[in-house]
Design a protein around this ligand. Sequence first.
Ligand SMILES: Cc1cc2nc3c(=O)[nH]c(=O)nc-3n(C[C@H](O)[C@H](O)[C@H](O)COP(=O)(O)OP(=O)(O)OC[C@H]3O[C@@H](n4cnc5c(N)ncnc54)[C@H](O)[C@@H]3O)c2cc1C
Length: 431
Amino acid sequence: MALIPPRPGKHIHVIGVPGISKPRLLVLGTGFGAFSLLSRISPRAFDVTVVSPRNHFVFTPLLPSTTVGTVEFRTVIEPVRPLRAKTRFMLGWAMSLDLDKRVAHCHSAVGETRWEQPYDAVVLAVGSVTNTFGIPGVEKHAYCLKEIDDARRIRRALIANLKRASLPGVRQEERERLLHLVVVGGGPTGIRFAGELFEFIRADLPRAYPHLRGQTRVTVLDAGASVLSAYDRSLRDYVHAEFARRGLVIRTGVRIEAVEEGGVRLPGGELLPCGMVLWSVGFAPSPLVSALACSKDRAGRLITDDTLKVPGLPEVYALGDCARPAGQNLPQLAQVAEQQGSYLAESFNARSTGRKLAPFKWKPWGISSFIGGGSAVMADSEGIGAGYSGFWAYQQWRIATWSQLMSLRSKVLVPLDRLRAFAFGRDINRI
Ligand SMILES: Cc1cc2nc3c(=O)[nH]c(=O)nc-3n(C[C@H](O)[C@H](O)[C@H](O)COP(=O)(O)OP(=O)(O)OC[C@H]3O[C@@H](n4cnc5c(N)ncnc54)[C@H](O)[C@@H]3O)c2cc1C
């Protein structure tokens, strides 16, 4: 039994397999969920088209490491090229869906071309966008970290600040401001970023900028009572104590009012001067998801059934950060998107041969976060329960991260990049 009954005259014949008509599967995105689905979907059963504004996958768990040069930008991406044998790839954005005509209205990511992409079933794997919560100045003055371009901008800004702080004639007050780095948001990504900055300041700054030794400061601001609020109490306490020991400041219960050119505006009007603000506070739904008229949760994620289908929208499926199966409180994590992509591919493949899969259920693989200084926190595998911390958690984080890498190429390059950074220092040239 085919997943979707073929519609006469509307099917594209796949090149090289003349006469075989297959349901057209449209996949939106090339992130964790989409990549996992695409690497498992059967090209014999489906005619697959991918539309995404980037022609590569980004391994986000190592993105913070690229901002300080521990790992190189190109090491953490995977090209879509190996998937080309079984998919057709279009570089562009899906702007909206016409559910009656079953087409996605698309806009090229290079140039102004618009087109309609027909489908029999569509998978939304479009992730999320940065949430600024409408706070003034965030878009203009703060740095977000979601894409390679963001990481590149952060690295350039960091180096520019070090260079400016080293120029003759810079007032001490201005130098202190330039060398003060503020991370807004004490979630896993914010803490990871602060950890990477600490590593860089500890290991590389004294070599490259000995005259700035001891002058760089890192502050983490969080609106809650603690950083890593979803983790167990013992892990949170460990992070607070470790950061304090290293001289990194954590300020909790702080809801910032604005981000300005010279710093962060705090409640009561106080300006916290700094040279750089990293915004790591939360995610909002993408405009494509926001525009769909269907049931959503409080964060704007599409509510799916337990087969990842969106009820009420014909042949629309959704996974990863942009969706949540009803009744399951899933975190926005790579492992969730990956498992859902793999489930949906299996489910499509199975249904094309008449089988039906059991409902999707997330199997937690353990959640860890690197915090710099050769240590990490590792939550229990039941999601966010008690866990352990320190050097062994760090080793486990490295192994877990390495084993999640998608190709042999990255599995070779990541350790080589680390070795290069260890032996010769991180690359902090302004190129
Ligand atoms: C800096 C950082 C560090 C992280 N670290 C970890 C970690 O250590 N462990 C962990 O488990 N998770 C981590 N995460 C979270 C993890 O990256 C996400 O949960 C995961 O990427 C979600 O996968 P996804 O497929 O839903 O979306 P994404 O991986 O975000 O992919 C979305 C894709 O959709 C494309 N797209 C967007 N809009 C459109 C459109 N309109 N049309 C077509 N395509 C579109 C995007 O270009 C992208 O290719 C991290 C996230 C960040 C930002």
